[in-house]
Design a protein around this ligand. Sequence first.
Ligand code: AKG
Ligand code: FE2
Length: 217
Amino acid sequence: MIPFAPSVPELGPGARLVPGWLTLDQQAWIVRRFRSWARGPVPIRAAKVRGHKMSVRTVCLGWHWQPYRYTREATDVNGARVLPFPDWMGRLGRRALREAGYPEEEAAGYAPDTALVNHYDDNARMGMHQDKDERSLAPVVSLSVGDACTFRFGNTENRGRPYTDLLLGSGDLFVFGGASRLAYHGVTRVHPGTAPDGCGLDRGRINITMRVTGLDG
Ligand SMILES: O=C(O)CCC(=O)C(=O)O
Ligand SMILES: [Fe+2]
């Protein structure tokens, strides 16, 4: 059994969870796109952090992320340029902010230029970290598909308490911006066998985070 996921409209200033935001058809469509992104030109890979491979595998759009910087070419993989950030994803990001309750002006001006697309198998997790390689403090828009996970959303000071453990299920939207933009967060576990029929994934979890890098070139 997975714990019941409470709806938490405001976790902290700027942090919003919208459960079931994507329809099953949208989820399945995103999974098909993911399968194509994962093949390349920069194939999906586990980034290395201080010599250790992460358990999550990541493919990037727009800008390539490697610990701890963004480049256009994936110099830690095969040197190829990453796929462009898709227009449809930018539109989805603007609608996400709007529907998560951000002011219309901020939503309308939101222009993400990178997406980190993570794949988690049953045993993958992600340690507590801040998303701080971006030069912009525009919100991060997170979309999840497949198995649910326990997502730990903490404070901006350190990796420890206080934090809130949330269940992020298939189709859920999570936004963190404003005073929550630099909150520590991580994935403590995936819940195998919880992906809904029709989401496009039998097992495993995909998470997309859209961001504004604030970089040129
Ligand atoms: O998988 C998630 O829900 C979070 C991913 C994340 O924090 C990241 O890619 O920086
Ligand atoms: Fe993150």
